[in-house]
Design a protein around this ligand. Structure first.
Ligand SMILES: [Zn+2]
Length: 183
């Protein structure tokens, strides 16, 4: 039976820079809980599964550094127990304010935009990265300097089967950022 954690890996999520120890501890805790059925959960199902103080915010209600974040009509679930900065299921985003509070504004915005990219572009990580940096350039919150902050943020990530290494991702994001055509 799939645990919530393993299902999330099957769906798309950002793997940014999370401690393996924390992730493993959460996975161990979650595996004792009942599994959610396929297909992906609704925001309410997700919240009732993780418990705690997780809550769902309507589209446009999630705020980062004073700025409302919008991802079409997708709601955002706030989950301070998520083992990463952000994640996405088809239909909604999950944000972890406890971790997001620790990073700079462009990095925060990039994480939200990356998860939003999955909503519109699918599970591919490079494509979500490209979506995020081009959105940042277009909306004016991502400068070349900000992109370097994103790069140093993800540089400790180790590549795995789903996620390229941070340096490879950055090389691609720099190309996307410089590309006037929308990908
Ligand atoms: Zn992702």
């Amino acid at each position: 039976m799939a645990t919530l954690t393993s299902m999330m890996m099957r769906y798309f999520r950002a793997r940014v820079a999370v401690s393996i120890a924390i992730g493993a501890a959460l996975a161990a805790g979650m595996s004792a809980r009942p599994a959610l059925a396929d297909p992906p959960p609704t925001p309410d199902e997700y919240i009732s599964h993780v418990g705690g103080d997780a809550q769902v915010l309507a589209p446009g209600e999630f705020v980062l550094d004073g700025a409302r974040q919008q991802c079409g009509q997708r709601p955002t679930v706030i989950d301070n127990t998520l083992d990463d900065y952000g994640a996405a299921y088809p239909g909604f985003l999950i944000m972890n304010p406890r971790l997001l509070d620790r990073v700079s504004k462009p990095v925060k915005f990039w994480i939200y935009a990356h998860e939003c990219g999955h909503q519109f572009r699918g599970p591919d990580e490079e494509t979500a990265d490209c979506f995020a940096v081009q959105r940042g350039r277009r909306q004016g919150w991502l400068t070349a300097e900000g992109l370097e902050e994103v790069c140093s943020f993800i540089s400790p990530s180790k590549g795995d089967s789903m996620h390229f290494s941070g340096s490879y991702r950055c090389e691609y994001m720099r190309k996307c950022y410089a590309d006037p055509g929308v990908r």
